[in-house]
Design a protein around this ligand. Sequence first.
Ligand code: AMP
Length: 294
Amino acid sequence: MRIVPTVAAMQKLGLRWKRAGVKIGFVPTMGYLHDGHLSLVREARKRIGQNGVVVVSIYVNPTQFAPTEDLSEYPRDLKRDLQMCRAAGVDIVFTPSDAEIYPERQNPKSEIRNPQLFSTYVVEEKLSRVMEGLARPAHFRGVTTVVAKLFNLVLPDVAVFGQKDFQQAAIIRRMVTNLNFPVQIIVAPTRREPDGLAMSSRNKYLDTEQRAQAVILFHALLAAKRAVAKNAVPAARLKRDLAEFITAAPQARLDYVEFFDPETLQPVARVTRGAHLALAVYFGKTRLIDNDRL
Ligand code: AMP
């Protein structure tokens, strides 16, 4: 396994493989890896085969965090991440610094720093206007911009994303279609802890009590599935019921419950089987999200 810390070296490798016809599978992450991330690595390997190369990027992207969010506290453990990647058969771990991704110097030898040197963003204007996009303005602009940059550096044939971030995956798919990136986007299922809580790097923030209560998100998904198993239900009613169900956990503070069409991400008035449910719930300062098809 090779660790690649610079943009120049990563793009050189990408180009070399591309010219040699080597298939490239890519898993972008913000590190602090768990089995959810590794399941994406396994999926990438399955798609490209033993002769292909699997690239994992570990980069906590500052442009997708609002000033009020947890950028500086975001958990990091590169040593452990690298061990996990090695054990999972990853070929390349791309670990760029902020200065590599968002350069502030026109000439690397110059002392002059100028944050204004980075001024080009990729913005998806439809799917990113709901749910996480409302709760976290500018978040998806950061995501699409960094993923577009990573695609230009890694030059993947296949990139694997998690259903855990359903809206993110939908927006990346849309970006790839709209901007003609020659990349196949795969969305892999959400990996869960034994009690049902979706694996997430942010679960580390939860104290014992919050961790025990956090399983309410998973139970809310199950309750919604049961509610629409036989009959369509008005979305407003089901939202009210689920809000009550979730806030029965004493530390839970609901951000949103949304029922939507999985293609358009637009809200539905009546919830039927096949509709999609997304949840965002705070436990203290920690914001957890989950979603599933009903
Ligand atoms: P992150 O490091 O949180 O930015 O996530 C990197 C990738 O891993 C994204 O495509 C996520 O959707 C995916 N991911 C995060 N948690 C899980 C999970 N529990 N199961 C499957 N994929 C996940």
